[in-house]
Design a binder for this molecule. Structure first.
Ligand SMILES: [Mg+2]
Length: 499
């Protein structure tokens, strides 16, 4: 990749999802080649004018009255016949007299091929060879799939809501494909679902607000617990040791729990994991409050990542936060924002926040902070890793293979610290740890696999903090709490059919 191409690719890539772009590109074929041509529509339109009512009348109420008075039923049959004749190639009979839309079939055929690609990718993954699948060749950044996806069925349902195949001027969009994938994922995981995790801001409540008691999501989350699922909120919000702060943010939901008739064993299955993966709480039905769960009681970060025995873990965290702080301050200065934003440093995170309420940074400015921090911290840790390896190589006369297995092991023990630098919508944060670790902690503790876990969130671009969960479980990408509610209504219906 040339540097110019690399830069341009990077600029575009952080705004796009490679798999959704891939499916969009495939669906352009029926849109461009097979959508009903304008000439067909024009001739039909002119035929309608001759058959039914005058050109001058078609926009007023009188025309509507005439349509009803002058035998429109007979004319409708003529109209249907003409439509059928004019639409050869677009509509067809299914043998039982019903008209089927061949354009819909073409979309379904393409999505059927994508279903096959996903299934093939999963089979490769079972043998640890996912990099060799055809889907990996076509979409090099593709991740894991934990269930097959019934995309054809999902397309038919979304097509009935969004008129995808019928559109002549607006091609299948990012949101069309996102909804198709979401619905397919919900359908696929419903029979086996055990754990559902949610992002907080923009997923359960508006950005920066609290969970309102009158939110429709209160009852929908209660229903999930009723159905036997474990429910967790995995959020970036990090308030070390401050359970009141979490209770305040979730006050409406907790009030809903108190007012519900849910049995204690169901309420015990509700968790909150703050700071991406750092602070775990559980709802206690006795006290009707959240209680903090110490890290000693579950496989916590960093122990779950293999850092437990490493000396100086805390120092490494502080060192990484120092580098992040330096980067964020430099970035603010370069963009002329030093007087507009402040730096907020916490135990395991550092953020860029505006100094005055009501001041908003643009998405581009926030992305610049997030991408700068990602690049700098990755390079910083990679440089340390390379230096350590070269130091070992020089001590063994430059031949790594001559090192004893124990010595090579020692080198491999150097792991970069996992972190998450993301655009939070109104601020930017660099957190130590990420939601992949957060979801993994819950999965291990509750004994759930990837195909039994679903994460619902709104930040799945490379500058977001939900994207890392894709390596641990199935995901649904929503854009606001209303869409979360739609997903949960659909999921609730399917859970109700479980035996
Ligand atoms: Mg969010």
């Amino acid at each position: 990749m040339t540097s110019l191409y690399s830069t341009n690719y990077h600029l575009r890539a952080h705004k796009r999802d490679a798999f959704i772009e891939f499916i969009k590109s495939l669906l352009l074929t029926p849109f461009v080649l097979h959508t009903r041509p304008k000439s067909s529509g024009s001739s039909l339109s002119s035929s309608f004018s001759n058959l039914t009512y005058g050109e001058q009348d078609n926009a007023d109420g009188l025309a509507s009255k005439r349509r009803n008075d002058d035998g429109s039923g007979d004319k409708k049959k003529v109209f249907d016949k003409q439509l059928s004749e004019a639409s050869i190639g677009w509509f067809d009979s299914d043998g039982e007299g019903k008209i089927r839309d061949r354009n819909v079939e073409r979309f379904c055929e393409i999505l059927g091929c994508v279903e096959d690609l996903i299934r093939d990718h999963m089979l490769h993954d079972l043998n640890d060879l996912s990099e060799l699948s055809r889907l990996s060749t076509l979409v090099p950044s593709i991740g894991r799939f934990f269930t097959p996806l019934p995309l054809r069925e999902s397309f038919l349902r979304q097509n009935s809501k969004r008129s995808i195949a019928a559109r002549r001027f607006v091609p299948p969009s990012f949101n069309d494909v996102r909804h198709i994938l979401n619905e397919a994922q919900v359908a696929a995981i419903a029979p086996s679902l055990k754990l559902i995790t949610f992002d907080g801001d923009c997923t359960l409540y508006a950005d920066g607000t609290d969970f309102a008691q009158d939110s429709q999501l209160v009852n929908l989350l209660i229903k999930l617990l009723e159905c036997g699922l474990s429910v967790a909120i995995v959020t970036a919000a990090g308030y070390p040791g401050d359970v009141q702060k979490y209770e305040s943010r979730l006050s409406g939901l907790l009030d809903g729990f108190r007012a519900s008739s849910l049995p204690p064993e169901a309420l015990k299955r509700f968790f909150v994991l703050g700071g991406e993966c750092n602070y775990l709480f559980r709802y206690d039905p006795l006290t009707q409050h959240l209680i903090y769960i110490p890290e000693s009681e579950y496989p916590s970060f960093p122990s779950c990542m293999g850092f437990a025995d490493e000396d100086g873990g805390k120092e490494r965290v502080q060192e990484l936060l120092d580098v992040a702080e330096e980067t964020l301050r430099e970035c603010a200065e370069v963009m002329g924002l030093s007087h507009t934003v402040g730096i907020l440093r916490k135990e395991r995170g550092i953020g860029v926040v505006v100094k005055e309420a009501g001041v908003r940074l643009s998405r581009e400015q926030l992305d610049e902070f997030a991408l700068s921090a990602q690049r700098r911290l990755n390079n910083h840790q990679r440089a340390k890793q390379i230096r350590r390896i070269k130091s070992h190589q020089s001590r063994s006369f430059g031949d790594l293979s001559s090192l004893s297995p124990a010595s090579q092991n020692q080198q491999q023990q150097y792991h970069p610290l996992p972190f998450c630098a993301f655009n939070g919508g109104q601020d930017v944060w660099v957190d130590i740890g990420n939601k992949l670790i957060g979801v993994s902690i819950l999965q291990r503790w509750l004994g759930c696999e990837g195909g039994e876990t679903l994460h619902v969130g709104d930040q799945f671009l490379s500058t977001g903090n939900d994207i890392s969960t894709r390596s641990a479980c199935c995901t649904v990408w929503i854009t606001n709490p209303e869409e979360t509610a739609e997903v949960l209504v659909e999921l609730g219906e399917r859970l109700g059919k479980r035996t």
